[in-house]
Write a protein that binds this ligand. Structure first.
Ligand code: NAD
Ligand code: IPM
Ligand code: MN
Length: 359
């Protein structure tokens, strides 16, 4: 049986960074992994070709695949399109369509990058946290949403609105993912909410307390999101696994990425209940550096490692990729985003070459 991977390069730096991750997968494939790699369109490139950010052909390919490797989508040239046609809708669409509710974003500081972080080395050295972000609910998908004329306390006028909403079953399933992830690590889980203001997140906290009874070996704590944002830069090593909703998780994971030196280092896995998954760097399409060949491909290469681990159970191969990344950092290879004096500044392709050599 072949292992089917759909590659969706997307927009901006997406094609540049996925090309390097695919080279890594192909190198391992020569050793008989039986990976069958196909490509498709998602995001702005799909809008340009078909008028839709998540066209039917890509939907069919995504259904047929075991795993999806994605670059990034979006860019200023599509920002004025109607919302349904924007590249980001394609990404939200594939996440929802494949029921990828569990987003794992590990933030690990490689010792060689201790000085690339904007925080003091002693604050971040040895950092290894996992952010579990719920990915198919919350204000991202809640109804009603929109902009309309309404009577307000300031008179009749246009109003913009979105809805934060979580069903009990959605909270329970992400809670189980988070507790089980904590069980395999340091057995500490911190759930992040805003229960002092938002009913929806009080409900989230209550359900987490209930699910905690199934995991007596895991210590559950709760933190308000504003404090969590502060604690992440004050003393990030207090965290083992953090779990939160879609919107807070989006923001906190970008924040956590800077602890690791650069957003170009943070991979992610988005999983359904059967380990079908979409794997992508946590960053975006970086229009400011697209086409220059200078983007950091390591988050995408590390996402390919997560793909082998979570969807196919190929732990040894995943570790090989991760060790190769460690090795190139130890050898001093740096893209511009993690460059510091005394290291070797390289572009996207040369970084890919170095990882291949280290493999
Ligand atoms: P961004 O993550 O694309 O870029 C933020 C900054 O980080 C930029 O300065 C960029 O150059 C830098 N950066 C990002 N990835 C990098 C890498 N691999 N190597 C070196 N530097 C890197 O965020 P943004 O500018 O807010 O968004 C740009 C576009 O990307 C928007 O259209 C947004 O909607 C989209 N976006 C897509 C995804 C995704 O596809 N998963 C995620 C976030 C943003
Ligand atoms: C991410 C991105 C997406 C999100 C956008 C592009 C829809 O920021 O993957 O973190 O908000 O989830
Ligand atoms: Mn984001």
């Amino acid at each position: 049986m072949s292992r089917k991977i759909l590659v969706l390069p997307g927009d901006g730096i997406g094609p540049e960074i996925t090309a390097e991750a695919v080279r890594v997968l192909e190198a391992l494939n020569k050793e008989g992994l039986n990976l069958e790699i196909t490509t498709g369109l998602l995001g702005g490139c799909a809008v340009d070709a078909t008028g839709e950010p998540y066209p039917a052909e890509t939907r069919a390919k995504a259904e047929a695949a075991d795993a999806v490797l994605l670059g990034a989508v979006g860019g200023p040239q599509w920002d004025t399109l109607p919302r349904e046609q924007r590249p980001e809708r394609g990404l939200l669409g594939i996440r929802k369509h494949l029921n990828l509710f569990a987003n794992l974003r590990p933030a690990i500081l490689y010792p060689e990058l201790a000085n690339a972080s904007s925080l003091k080395p002693e604050v971040v050295s040895g950092l290894d946290i996992l952010i579990v972000r719920e990915l198919t609910g919350d204000i991202y998908f809640g109804q009603p949403r929109g902009v309309e004329e309404r009577d307000t306390e300031w008179g009749r006028q246009k109003v913009g609105f979105n809805t934060m909403v979580y069903a009990e079953s959605e909270i329970r399933r992400i809670a189980h993912v988070a507790f089980q992830a904590a069980q395999k690590r340091g057995k500490k889980l911190c759930s992040v909410d805003k229960m002092n203001v938002l009913e929806c997140t009080q409900f989230w906290r209550d359900i987490f307390e209930e699910v905690a009874k199934d995991y007596p070996d895991v210590t559950l704590s709760h933190m308000l999101v504003d404090n969590a944002a502060m604690q992440l830069v004050r003393a990030p090593k207090q965290f083992d696994v953090m779990v939160t909703g879609n919107m807070f998780g989006d923001i906190l994971s970008d924040e956590a990425s800077m602890l690791t030196g650069s957003i170009g280092m943070l991979p992610s896995a988005s999983l359904d209940e059967n380990n079908k998954g979409l794997y992508e760097p946590s960053h975006g399409s970086a229009p400011d550096i697209a086409g220059k060949g200078i983007a950091n491909p390591l988050a995408t290469i590390l996402s390919a490692a997560m793909l082998l681990r979570y969807t196919f159970g190929l732990e040894a191969e995943a570790v090989r990729i991760e060790n190769a990344v460690r090795m190139v950092l130890a050898q001093g290879y740096r893209t511009a985003d993690i460059y510091e004096e005394g290291t070797r500044k390289v572009g996207t392709r040369e970084m890919g070459d170095a990882v291949l050599a280290a493999l």
